[in-house]
Design a protein. Sequence first.
Length: 408
Amino acid sequence: MTRKEKIIVALTASSHAVTHGNQLIFPSVLLLLQREFSVGYFQLGMIGNIMNLAYGLGALPGGMIYNYLGPKRLYLFCFLGSGASLIVAGLSPNLMVFAIALGFLGAAGSVYHPLANALITSNVTQYGKALGIHGSTANIGMGLAPFIGGVIAAEFGWRPTYLWFALPSVLIAVWALSVEMAGADQAVPRRASELKKKAALPRSGKGYFSPALICIYGANLLNTFCYFGTTTFLPTYMAQRVTVRIFSLESVAVGGMLSGIALLMGVFGQYAGGLFAQGKNLERNFVFICLFGCPLLLGMTFTSEILFFLLALTYFFFNFFIQPMNNTLLAHHTPVSMRGTAFGIYFSTAFGVGSLSSSISGYIAQRFGLQWVFFWLSLAALIMAVFAIVLHQMKDRGIEPSMPNEEI
């Protein structure tokens, strides 16, 4: 990578850790919110749904305005807005204000994924590897947020937790001001095959909904659906299913710590997925990895203690293994000129529809018990595998083959 590429990867990787960490403060303090406001899992799931829905719906306009406002302005909106929302959440006097603050937190963070993925795939030659690094750092944020958030919340309460987490967002915004981003798209040489594909694609909205892209959108949506359902209730479920004691910490801290360890497995999954994305037979490998989700979630439904914990570690490894592969598949099926909007559709459908998993899972948890959340999510993982199989069959039959994985 060139120096400029390394800076872009470093910034986006750090940003990815922060934006996902911001979303996972809520699950780490869920037990404390339940105690203070005397609300059930369904109501708390709805609040998580508000944040996640806003996180998804804003991705589409974020992707569409990427080429108009530029990445730097979107960066400032994303992270200054996130920092302000976290402060309001920490100072909120009641549950209503808290829910509104989380909604704004989701809206501010919503532009990040189309922004960062378009920035990387348009400016970094080995973007499969870069996406793996980018994804890996997200898992560092996802692993550390429940861990740190649970410890701070157990010691000082959930309000100081939100206030402390505002600082990294502000620091990312300051860093983004010093990074050169403008005009980078034009600096990257396009390969002839990509230019040919660009000319062949229609300029209407239908070009964004080819059969192959629908499969790619669908697989990402369902993987994200499983992600939201598992992460929203994992700390609470972990505290119930694994009865280990750590330094006399409260269950909220133990659940957060163990969940953080499970989510950190995604660091290795994301990096491995990025390496797989650089290789041949991406569609075939994608099918193979997608097949792990359903049996692992079923196992988490009916186990406890060490076996449950090991299954959780394995599940999150494969859940995040999928992401850089899925992102690279989208890049292979779209030219640079379409990627901002394509990634906007990709992430808005995933985070928008996928966010419903929080409230649906909350209802299931309240009505039937937390363990049945994971049974329900195993069905979603099964359908995800079907999308992957259909995509692979289309390639084998010569229907919309992906672009070769060469340098751009």
